[in-house]
Design a protein. Structure first.
Length: 202
């Protein structure tokens, strides 16, 4: 996989004036996209893709910041163990989401359009080209060393998450939100299992 090998070379690319240990945001996005392509081309099932992407998601995303912004005032009401529990559950959901959405390879490709400084970090604008010619814009927002928001075709994942989570907490309570996240993770796994059974005629 020579193209993939080139993509994963991001670890040695450094921006001018940056800390030597941290690759530039554009190269980090290229590396993450390379991991998604590798997962799709691997032939692994949902559990296998989840395992393959787990460490990459943890390194690429700023899970704590996503958790804090998503929960808003609820985050501040939680003690440290409860915050850690929520962040771990959210990370599992993000892994499951990518493992589900990037399940099979059919000629998809990623392209970086620009990488520019934002008010509080960097934004890397990219494009996913599907085999049918459809294109999806994916903009990655960095704060410090990690991605805290992804905007797909103009829709902010963080804004949707914050609105959804706070609505659940307000109507049903925080415990219901935790159960909602666990159910979403299980749903991603079961959807693929059901699809596999259908193709096997079970």
């Amino acid at each position: 996989m020579k193209p993939l090998a080139r993509a994963l070379a991001f670890a040695v690319l450094l921006p001018t004036g940056s800390v030597a240990e941290e690759p530039d945001p554009g190269a980090r996005v290229t590396g993450f996209h390379g991991e998604l392509l590798a997962a799709m081309q691997s032939g692994l099932d949902f559990a296998g893709r989840s395992e393959a992407l787990r460490d990459r998601v943890a390194a690429f995303f700023d899970i704590e910041t996503i958790s804090r912004i998503s929960l808003g005032r609820t985050w501040r009401s939680l003690d440290a163990p409860a915050q850690a529990e929520f962040s771990e559950l959210l990370q599992r959901l993000i892994v499951a989401t990518y493992a589900s959405r990037f399940a099979t390879y059919s000629g998809q490709s990623f392209h970086t359009l620009s990488s520019e400084a934002a008010s509080r970090g960097w934004v890397v604008k990219t494009e996913l080209a599907r085999s049918n010619g459809e294109k999806v814009t994916l903009d990655y927002y960095f704060r410090d060393a990690g991605v805290f928001n992804v905007v797909a075709d103009g829709v902010s994942d963080l804004s949707l998450r914050r609105a959804d989570y706070n609505s659940i907490v307000k109507s049903d309570g925080y415990a219901a939100l935790l159960e909602h996240l666990r159910s979403k993770i299980a749903e991603y796994a079961s959807t693929e299992e059901d699809s596999h059974k259908d193709t096997q005629g079970e």
